[in-house]
Design a protein. Structure first.
Length: 323
């Protein structure tokens, strides 16, 4: 085996061992930190210096995206005016392997003066940061990976894992589910997959519909004039309830059987009665699967009483690129 591959595996295994150590050390302080965050009136303000600061920034982003308001505060900038970002009702989540980072220690009395509790992620509760924290999530002694064990590596992985664990357990405590997550990620793949039918169905002039009793020619005209040419129309009664559905495919089959005068046939005679329908709360990914399973290109969208609300077209789902 190439020695570089072997060395890479050793470094990764070393980091994995550090993560397991942190998992094994979790104690009641972790539960207390979760409860503190769940009870906050304000935000979780993360802070740290150097590589630990980068981890703190990332954990802040994880918290914010999973339902916990959070911002990142650079400790050096804090003592030059940015301390105003920290207010009573917040919680300070501080990251430092040694617990002796100078820029962070300078910040501590000012955080305390704001009556803001401190939760620290650090190597030892006996460090300066640990002693001045309300809750300590102790990493334990961690030897860095790589040459001379100097570059922050295993320790930053451990801090990241512990910070993420805290954020995700808090997420569970908030019962923050996929729909909530999608609201904060509207531009990502998950956001698109968790869009609901009600958010993408065709409505108004883009929703072809005729009343029962209309002629087949009138139905064809509506299908032709509707923007986007969906190739289908819903048929409703006088109260707007769906009673049938007619598609381009139905028209082709009628022509094959010898249709000659669509003006003389009522659409009621040739429409599909009790068609497949879908509700507004169905997720986009689920809707795409339903259309695929049933080999359908369109599906009427109705409410609980059967009133027509819109039209779902498979092309709109495919354009989302969620399949």
């Amino acid at each position: 085996m190439d020695p570089r591959i072997q060395r890479g595996r050793q470094i990764i295994a070393h980091g994995a061992s550090a993560l397991q150590q942190v998992a094994d050390r979790l104690d009641d302080g972790f539960r207390s930190a979760v409860e503190r965050i769940l009870g906050l009136r304000g935000r979780v303000v993360t802070t740290g210096m150097g590589k630990a600061g980068i981890v703190a920034n990332k954990v802040s982003a994880t918290l914010a995206s999973t339902g916990t308001p959070s911002i990142h505060l650079h400790p050096a900038e804090a003592i030059h005016g940015d301390l105003g970002r920290l207010t009573e009702g917040d919680l300070c989540l501080a990251f430092s392997k040694s617990g002796e980072t100078g820029e962070l220690l300078v910040l501590l009395p000012h955080v305390k003066a704001c009556a803001v509790p401190i939760v620290s992620i650090t190597q030892s509760r006996t460090s300066t940061l640990g002693r001045h924290s309300d809750i300590v999530l102790e990493l334990g002694p961690i030897e860095e990976s790589g040459p001379f064990a100097l570059a922050p590596s295993a320790s930053t992985s451990a801090m990241m894992a512990l910070g993420d664990a805290l954020a995700l357990v808090v997420q569970e405590g908030r019962k923050f589910g996929p729909e909530d997550f999608a609201r904060f990620h509207p531009g990502g793949d998950l956001g698109r997959k968790l869009l609901k039918v009600g958010e993408m169905m065709r409505t108004g002039e883009r929703n072809p519909v005729v009343r029962c009793g209309s002629t087949l020619l009138e139905a064809i005209g509506v299908m032709t004039r509707t923007p986007g040419r969906p190739g289908a129309t819903s048929i409703v009664d006088t109260e707007g309830r769906l009673v049938g559905f007619f598609t381009d495919g139905d028209l082709r089959r009628l022509i094959e059987r010898g249709l000659t005068s669509p003006r003389e046939i009522a659409v009621d005679e040739v429409m599909t009665r009790n068609p497949r329908t879908i509700g507004t709360d169905t997720f986009a990914l689920e809707a795409l699967a339903l259309l695929s399973q049933r080999s359908l290109d369109q599906m009427p969208v109705v409410d609980e009483s059967g009133r027509l609300l819109g039209l779902l077209d498979v092309q709109d789902l495919l354009n989302l690129k969620i399949g």
